[in-house]
Design a protein around this ligand. Structure first.
Ligand code: GAR
Length: 213
């Protein structure tokens, strides 16, 4: 397993705690990994809010166990993607969120949300982008017969699973792999690189010279 990054590792820990908002649709194992990294002092951050869109998403249970506020935004109850994203952006801003972390958010996002957090929205995807964007990335990799796949953390842009890549980890495809075994090994790498990528993005953003200078 190799980490593809031009930067030394670790730590990339920012001086002041990053205020994170997590968006997730399912299990929330990546949320858990980020929360653990914070607890272990590997990432200087606070998770201000967990947003989820499926009423039975396990991530809500996990958030409650960590004592982190969670809020359901059931996409079926909104008239449009923009209306959903408008409500989410407001909730994130009300909680003082600075960085939005899509950790298994399985909805397309609109410019309404992206524009509320310019260059401060990250997504994780279970492939070496730009290969295999969209749904069922692990199935796509197996079907294509690639020998190496992995995961990517990238800034969010309008097109699904696009945007500048921050960090990737490579995972070999083994001869007897099925979706479950390969996905499990990819997720191990996701849990490792997501906190690092968040800190790296924050550090890179700190180094950006403001327009006023
Ligand atoms: C993760 O593997 C993530 O890469 C994927 O959803 C999973 C969520 O797992 N995201 C996408 O496919 C986005 N296109 P988790 O709920 O256990 O963190």
């Amino acid at each position: 397993m190799s980490l593809i990054s031009p930067f030394p590792l670790p730590p990339f820990t920012p001086q002041t705690p990053l205020r994170l908002g997590i968006m997730a649709s399912g299990s929330g194992s990546n949320f858990q990994a980020i929360a653990e990294a914070i607890k272990q002092g590997e990432l200087n951050a606070r998770i201000e809010l967990v947003i989820y869109n499926n009423p039975d998403a396990k991530v809500a249970e996990r958030a409650k166990q960590w004592g982190i506020p969670d809020q359901l935004f059931d996409h079926r109850t909104f008239s449009s993607r923009e209306a959903l994203d408008e409500a989410i952006a407001q909730a994130l801003q009300q909680h003082g969120v600075e960085w939005v972390i899509m950790a298994g958010w399985m909805r397309r996002v609109t410019q309404r949300l992206i524009s509320a957090f310019p260059e401060r929205m990250l997504n994780i995807h279970p492939s070496l982008l730009p290969s295999f964007p969209g749904m069922r990335a692990v199935e796509q990799a197996l079907a294509a017969g690639v020998k190496i796949t992995g995961c990517s953390v990238h800034y969010v842009e309008l097109a699904v699973d696009s945007g500048p890549i921050i960090m990737q980890a490579a995972v070999p495809v083994l001869p007897n792999d099925d979706v479950a075994t390969l996905q499990a090994r990819i997720q191990q790498q996701e849990h490792r690189i997501f906190p690092l990528a968040i800190a790296l993005a924050a550090q890179t953003s700190d180094m950006t010279v403001p327009d006023s200078i």
